[in-house]
Design a protein around this ligand. Structure first.
Ligand code: CAA
Length: 388
């Protein structure tokens, strides 16, 4: 039995896409991932190549220059990229999910022509800035402000932990558009489309992170950043809802990223346990080791199945918010658990930077934190159970 997704059961299109993604991942990403991690190098050229293959606009309809594939097919490709390096997959995941969903659902024809089409063709890299230093899980309490200046909007504030803030071409930025003395909570937030070369947009220095070190994460200072009315996305005051819709899609991407990290840790563990001998036997001959590997494999399969189930529900147009949260919750906790077991199986070697399970262990942690912590996913699931 293979740990990766194999051909039987896949459609011809899916098989071709998986092969393309796996080949790219194994030749253009995997051999360099450890070095990029060590040096915190963001390989913009590799992201551009992913774009040329169509992987930055996979679910965008063909009419808007995307590949137009379903959500499950997209997850199959994303898993292959993430298994080679989660730091690369996060750019692919965010672009396909959050800014794309926002523009497909709420963009004007002009906005789609101007932004969505080049994003789908991989010519533009897009990010998303919701969180602030004092507004993480409680995203609706964000304080960055847009005020009207004639027809224009002027944005001020600081966003935190935004992926690709320093490397994207454009960011979807959530700020308040309600009056400071008449706050409307989640309903006072709007989304703006902000090219990162707009005067007044300033990305901070890349954060020095525990994992995903080859991906760019930074604060964004908005300093009297002036935007035209055509840069407001959808309706004023609906930005929080758009962010949540985007995150419904985004959380599926993070779920499969976590599956991929766990799968890679399992693949490496299987190879190591076949080769490593202690007490005159390979580790794989010990039943305690066999049970550990069996549990790891079971959780990887279950996490992938949950992610695919949520994507299929979304593809069918069924409510999938809680399903996406379940998939992300289970897959991210699986990634943390499986990588912990992998480090344990590798023993002293597992604790060393020279062995790849150490990186997987560090990369796994953020899947329990970003795009909504495990606690936030439990809130979303619990609310859905009580019909809220
Ligand atoms: N789809 C559509 N609408 C939604 C929605 C969804 N999934 N979730 C909520 N809404 C709507 C609600 O219906 C509500 O509208 P109405 O009043 O009209 O009903 C409105 O949004 C407000 O919703 P809530 O009352 O549920 O809002 P809340 O303040 O209680 O927050 C929360 C709920 C789930 C905790 C939310 O704040 C949340 O998800 N927090 C985590 C934020 C997060 O994931 N941040 C990650 C940032 S991105 C990142 O990690 C960095 C990166 O670059 C990858």
């Amino acid at each position: 039995m293979s740990i990766a997704v194999e051909s039987p059961g896949l459609s011809e299109t899916q098989r071709q896409i998986v092969e393309l993604a796996r080949d790219f991942a194994r030749t253009k990403i995997e051999p360099f991932a450890a070095e990029w991690d060590r040096t915190r190098h963001f390989p913009r050229d590799v992201i551009a190549e992913l774009g040329e293959l169509g992987f930055l606009g996979m679910c965008t309809p063909e009419a808007w220059d995307g590949m137009g594939v379903d959500g499950v097919t997209y997850l199959l490709a994303l898993e292959e990229i993430a298994a080679a390096d989660a730091a690369i997959s996060v750019s692919m995941s965010i672009q396909n999910a959050i800014p794309t969903t926002m523009l497909v659902k709420h963009g004007t024809p002009e906005q789609r022509e101007r932004w969505l089409k080049p994003m789908a063709r991989g010519e533009l890299l897009a990010g998303f800035a919701l969180s602030e230093a004092e507004a993480g899980s409680d995203a609706a309490s964000l304080r960055s402000q847009a005020t009207k200046d004639g027809k224009h909007w002027v944005l001020n504030g600081t966003k935190a932990w935004a992926t690709n803030a320093g490397t994207a071409d454009l960011m979807m930025i959530m700020v308040r558009t309600d009056e400071p003395d008449r706050r409307r909570g989640a309903k006072g937030i709007s989304t703006f489309i902000v090219p990162t070369d707009t005067p007044g947009y300033r990305a901070g220095k890349p954060e020095d992170k525990m994992g995903l070190r080859a991906s760019n994460t930074a604060t964004v200072a908005l300093e009297d950043l002036k935007l035209g009315p055509e840069q407001l996305l959808g309706d004023e005051g609906m930005g929080f809802v758009y962010a949540m819709e985007g995150l419904d899609a985004g959380r599926l991407g993070i779920a499969i990223q976590a599956v991929a990290i766990a799968r890679r840790a399992l693949e490496l563990s299987l190879a190591y346990c076949a080769e490593r001998r202690q007490f005159d036997r390979p580790l794989q001959d010990f039943q305690a080791v066999q049970f550990k590997l069996a549990d790891m494999a079971t959780r990887v399969e279950a996490a992938r199945a949950l992610a695919h189930l949520a994507a299929a529900r979304k593809d069918r147009g069924e409510p999938a918010t809680a399903s996406a949260s379940m998939a992300k919750l289970f897959a991210s906790e699986t990634a943390m658990w499986v990588t912990t077991q992998a480090v344990q199986l590798f023993g002293g070697y597992g604790y060393m930077r020279d062995f790849p399970v150490e990186k997987l262990f560090r990369d796994a942690k953020v899947t329990e934190i970003y795009e909504g912590t495990s606690e936030v996913q439990r809130i979303v699931i619990a609310r859905s159970l009580s019909g809220r």
